[in-house]
Design a protein around this ligand. Structure first.
Ligand code: FAD
Length: 437
């Protein structure tokens, strides 16, 4: 069996990525440069100097190089898995379609929110608590700040189900938390504007993660322990051999491995076509805004936040960590063809600007920066982390649905453990593959 990638998926994203905004409704906003995916990145961390084209010529006819584990994708999940695999025996290879911290997938954009009281379900809480410990450990090992304990403010019209779920998960796991009425919330968090019928929930254990730093730290530490990273190496297919090993092919090389982790983000379905994964890719645009009124308190020390609206929508944001307050919403655009992503929609920007006017009036409503990013959503917005039903040495990973980053540290640990033992921890049981065949 194996996989077949469509030419479109292989073709890269070049055509769909303008560097300057062309929609007059968005004004003269400059998009963050999303560079041509085939330019100016390292080809291999181990040597840094070799050129993949020269290698491709030389590699034709070579015997496949053998590894114990191959990880496909060096986003949050793949980088963490490689790091955790490097703590044990065996040779690991990571194959990445683009380059480190590229802006075409799901793990870029400078900040991510880590909430501990989990509105999506109490089952996530033990995972997030372990994840936070591992992020802090990564920070110590890497010698840089990966997690900043800003706390997280959740706000919503009173009676909101999301706040009630967050509260019940906090109670169940005895997490520190506070429920605040609008007056107290206003006093504590002056940057925001609360309405009379709002309620606020304070999660002091939450904070902000720095995704690019985390991925770089994982790669650096894993590489120091012998993991090889090959950039610009999209996997085009894999096939099992009769002895149980797997042949993994890029356009220029073949590799052999005893186990394979498919953590390819939005591209995952193209690697396991036969599984017909019920995943939908959604493009989200996030924006950075500068302060125009500093009398409302510091935007550097404000907490991360998620603000739920009355109709089930939400906006979220992270404090100014050097380039303004970052804000996004949940009005993304469906992406059917990864090679032709739509330009950012003015509807998304208008929704964020309305939110600013209502709730963060001290920020300028003209964004200074914007970035597109992909959600890979399952139907119930949970994750998929499971062995391939036909191949017990292949793990299929889709831990996104727009809230997966915070878990990457613990997912990597559990996936690496699963790869070594042939069994996934029971805590992952609710993320099994849907029965679609
Ligand atoms: C705007 C936005 C805001 C978010 N906010 C939060 C938040 O606040 N908190 C939170 O916890 N989560 C958040 N998330 C979700 C989180 O970022 C994702 O869950 C996480 O980054 C997913 O990581 P990944 O490794 O699965 O995917 P990716 O980061 O996309 O990594 C997959 C990698 O696989 C590579 N690849 C694909 N195909 C191949 C192939 N054939 N061969 C080799 N390599 C391949 C890709 O190039 C990519 O690098 C947010 C997501 C977005 C988009």
């Amino acid at each position: 069996m194996g996989s077949d990638l469509s030419q479109q998926a292989l073709g890269g994203l070049e055509s769909g990525l303008p560097t300057r905004c062309t929609d007059p409704r968005l004004g003269n906003l400059v998009l963050v440069r999303e560079p041509h995916p085939n330019r100016s990145r390292p080809t291999e961390v181990r040597t840094g100097r070799r050129d993949n084209k020269a290698r491709a010529v030389r590699d034709v006819g070579c015997r496949p190089r053998a590894y114990d584990h191959i990880v496909v994708g060096a986003g949050a999940m793949g980088a963490s898995t490689a790091h955790h695999l490097s703590n044990g025996p065996g040779r690991t290879l990571v194959l990445e379609r683009f380059y480190e911290n590229h802006p075409f997938g799901s793990s870029h954009g400078r900040t991510r929110i880590l909430r501990t009281a989990y509105a999506e379900g109490v089952a996530y809480v033990p995972l997030v608590l372990r994840a936070r410990r591992l992020w802090m450990r990564l920070g110590r090992e890497a010698g840089e700040e990966i997690f900043r304990a800003t706390g997280v403010l959740l706000a919503a019209p009173s009676g909101s189900k999301s706040l009630a779920s967050a509260q019940s998960s906090a109670r169940r796991y005895r997490l520190r938390h506070e429920l605040l009425d609008p007056e107290r919330a206003q006093e504590r968090f002056p940057a925001f504007r609360f309405a009379r019928d709002d309620a606020a929930f304070w999660d002091p254990g939450g904070g902000v993660l720095f995704p690019e730093r985390a991925i770089r730290a994982y790669r650096r530490l894993a590489h120091a322990r012998g993991v090889r990273f090959r950039w610009d190496s999209p996997v085009v297919r894999w096939r099992p051999l009769s002895g149980g090993r797997i042949v993994v092919s890029t356009a220029t090389r073949e590799y052999l491995a005893h186990s394979l982790v498919l953590s390819a983000g939005a591209w995952l379905p193209t690697l396991v076509v036969a599984l017909r994964l019920p995943l939908e890719v959604e493009q989200q645009t996030v924006y950075w805004f500068r302060a125009r009124d500093r009398t409302r308190g510091s935007y550097r020390t404000m907490p991360a936040f998620v603000w739920y609206g009355p109709q089930g929508g939400y906006h979220y944001g992270t404090p100014d960590v050097g380039d303004g307050v970052k804000i996004g919403g949940n009005e993304g655009q469906r992406v059917r063809n990864l090679a032709r992503r739509p330009p950012p929609s003015s509807r998304e920007l208008r929704s964020v600007q309305r939110f600013l006017t209502d709730r963060l009036p001290g920020l300028s409503s003209e964004p200074r920066r914007q970035v597109r990013c992909l959600y890979t959503n399952t139907t119930d917005k949970n994750f998929i982390v499971d062995f391939h039903p036909d191949h017990p040495n292949i793990v299929v990973v889709s831990a996104c649905s727009g809230h997966g980053f915070k878990f990457a540290s613990v997912m990597g640990e559990l996936i690496a453990q699963g790869v070594r033992t042939g069994r996934l921890a029971p805590v992952l049981a609710s993320f099994c593959l849907p029965k679609t065949r």
